[in-house]
Write a protein that binds this ligand. Structure first.
Ligand SMILES: Cc1cc2ncn([C@H]3O[C@H](COP(=O)(O)O)[C@@H](O)[C@H]3O)c2cc1C
Ligand SMILES: O=C(O)c1cccnc1
Length: 347
């Protein structure tokens, strides 16, 4: 695990520069494609190639349960995690629909669902039957935290080896906006009040309770600054560790990572804590309605492509933004230059 984390290289500045020069030679006013041009330049830096091709996207949905859900922090009961995973397996969830739309490779992983689930399509990597309630005890042991990151790496390797040229990390886990809020507040230094939102749709009074639960949990657990494994173990979740692991692995293979919403970005913040270079490989797909998402993206210095007011997770917002990423790569590869098309340059 640590060898993967250490092996991440900075993105290639020379490819970025050459890509920018190439974009400036294409038949459009210089800079007129705005953020799409920045995206094309970033893709060149990530792949260390000019005009890289983005082929098949890969989506991994990590599903897990959370002991903290006993504290009344979600609008839905814990059994919805397993029920939704069944829905993923039969193709009825939002991520199934959006994944099909972009012809993605889609994989569903049980990394810690509280009940027993089987199915030929389900990848079983259960670490435990849910995390512990981190208001009362550490969410998991440090060994389990490392295991979650390791599983994320293993699944990312599997999908990249199968041909995924870009990774989207999604999740399902009732209660998981709580560990995500705790991790983001703790690692970014933002106030818990500004990070915590309505999740699946709790009332304002319940949000105030959720804030108090998370504040107390951080005080009781005393996560260690500068020790991301300790932070994950004390106030995290199995799927958040796996998301971080997949992201770190993708970065080590120079594969772009398309961030989804609040939980996916909590994994991203954790990954960046393990190696800040990983952030260079991340693209923000959208900005979720969860207020802490904007703060986490700012911390990672990422500008989201879409603002659709979504607050679903599963990888859904990232999947919807994928066509823009693919279009940026296509634009760089396939547009004609002024010379090729016989178009006059700026006078
Ligand atoms: C039917 C249903 C489908 C979902 N798909 C994603 N989530 C999202 O909501 C959950 C997090 O919100 P909280 O922390 O408030 O529980 C996660 O499972 C997340 O993936 C869903 C939630 C529900 C209810
Ligand atoms: O932004 C997200 O990913 C999100 C927000 C609320 C609930 N579930 C997921």
């Amino acid at each position: 695990m640590y060898s993967v984390i250490k092996s991440i290289e900075p993105v290639c500045e020379e490819s970025e520069q050459k890509q920018q020069e190439h974009l400036n030679s294409l038949t459009k006013p210089v800079g007129s494609l705005g953020a799409l041009e920045d995206l094309a330049v970033q893709l060149a830096g990530i792949s260390a190639q000019v005009n890289p091709e983005i082929n098949t996207p890969g989506i991994i949905v990590f599903a897990s349960d959370h002991g903290i859900s006993l504290e009344g922090v979600s609008a839905y009961p814990q059994e919805v995690t397993a029920q939704m995973v069944r829905n993923f397996l039969t193709g009825g969830a939002a991520i199934n629909v959006f994944s099909k739309r972009i012809n993605a490779l889609l994989e569903i992983v049980d990394i810690g669902i509280a009940s027993e689930l089987t199915g030929p399509q389900l990848i079983r990597r259960k670490i435990a039957y849910g995390t512990k309630n981190f208001l009362l005890e550490d969410a998991m042991s440090e060994d389990q935290a490392i295991q979650s990151i390791w599983i994320g790496m293993e699944r990312a390797k599997n999908l990249i080896d199968k041909g995924a040229g870009l990774l989207i990390l999604g999740e399902m886990g009732i209660g998981n906006t709580s560990p995500s809020s705790a991790i983001i507040a703790f690692l970014t230094g933002c106030e818990v009040e500004t990070v915590v939102g309505l999740g699946t749709g709790i009332e304002e009074i319940q949000r105030l309770h959720k804030i108090q639960v998370i504040k107390n949990a951080i005080i009781y657990r005393q996560p260690l600054k500068g020790d991301p494994i300790n932070v994950l173990a004390k106030i995290g979740g199995f799927e958040i560790g796996a998301i971080a692991g997949s992201m770190l692995y993708a970065a080590s293979r120079k594969i772009p990572i398309l961030l989804d919403g609040f939980i996916s970005t909590a994994g991203a913040v954790l990954a960046a804590e393990l190696n800040p270079l990983a952030a260079q490989y991340m693209i923000a797909g959208h900005q979720s309605a969860e207020p802490g998402h904007r703060l986490a993206l700012e911390y990672l210095n990422k500008r989201p492509l879409l603002h659709l007011g979504m607050r679903l997770g599963e990888g859904s917002g990232a999947a919807l933004s994928y066509p823009l990423v693919a279009a940026a790569a296509d634009m760089a590869r396939n547009m004609a230059t002024f010379e090729q098309a016989g178009v006059s340059r700026k006078s």
